[in-house]
Design a protein around this ligand. Structure first.
Ligand code: NAP
Length: 238
């Protein structure tokens, strides 16, 4: 039977790299994205990804989205949560609507999509969930407090859910990237990126493909006895 994967944030950056790597391994993939239709269509053309447009900031989308995905794929072997947004500024100065959006995309979507797709994994006594957290979820970042909270919460989510569903044959893990060169980080500017690269033991930023490699490892049989863990992919920045 064909291996199937659902990847959120599939249109760009780390999610798109994960899609390319999983497609190379023969997965049939449902890719969730919000705005970048052209990028998603390209991935569809090249890798046969089935696109699902959905704004993950809207709580009402999760259940119908999961249902549509299951109708197309039949079952889900692997669920990778890569969609995410960042938000910079002093904690007390971020507008409430922006904070709400951040919490829903980075955390609410992970929880609710997993909740909606889990029954199909439980039925088959098999499945794999991987959350893309962040080094800021591990150590906290000034001026990215809410972002750090969402990413730290994902690590707790992974640990707790792994215990609950491990007996049902489902593994749950996190990957915490450091500074990776994508649209999310280029907005920081070259000076800040240079500083981040200098702070990294390997002296450079990471690539989306290097994060995708960690995801593929956790998805594979090489990680068959690994669950409830966080794999840091940060070039030694911490
Ligand atoms: P990115 O290049 O900005 O891509 C973000 C992806 O998330 C896009 O595919 C985007 O879809 C999707 N997305 C954003 N808002 C969405 C929404 N409301 N509904 C549905 N999809 C939405 O970001 P990235 O750097 O690849 O980051 C991927 C993940 O890694 C994120 O969770 C991020 O927090 C985490 N991370 C990144 C870094 C880094 O240095 N880049 C470091 C640590 C952790 P559209 O483009 O179609 O809107």
């Amino acid at each position: 039977m064909l291996k199937t994967a659902v990847v959120t944030g599939a249109s760009r950056g780390i999610g798109a790299a994960i899609v390319r790597s999983l497609a190379a391994q023969g997965y049939e993939i449902a890719g969730i994205y919000a705005r970048h239709t052209d990028a998603m269509q390209q991935l569809s053309k090249e890798y046969g990804v089935i696109p699902f447009a959905a704004d993950l900031a809207q709580m009402q989308v999760f259940a119908p989205l999961a249902q549509q995905i299951l109708e197309r794929l039949g079952h889900v072997d692997l669920l990778v949560h890569s969609a995410g947004i960042s938000c910079h500024g002093l904690f007390q100065s971020i507008p409430p609507e922006e904070t709400q959006r951040l919490y829903t995309v980075n955390l609410g979507a992970v929880i609710e999509l997993t909740r909606a797709l889990l029954p199909s994994m439980l039925k088959r006594h098999s499945g794999n969930v991987i959350c893309i957290s962040s080094m800021w979820g591990e150590i906290g970042a000034s001026c990215e407090v809410d972002y750090s909270v969402t990413k730290g919460a994902l690590l707790a989510f992974v640990k707790a859910l792994a215990k609950e569903v491990g007996p049902s044959g489902i593994r749950v893990n996190a990957v915490s990237p450091g500074a990776i060169l994508t649209d999310m980080t280029t907005s920081l500017g070259t000076e800040a990126l240079g500083t981040l690269a200098e702070e990294t033991a390997l002296g450079r930023l990471g690539t989306p493909e290097e994060v995708a490699d960690a995801v593929c490892f956790l998805a594979s049989e090489y990680a068959a006895y690994i669950t409830g863990q966080n794999l840091s992919v940060n070039g030694g920045i911490l």
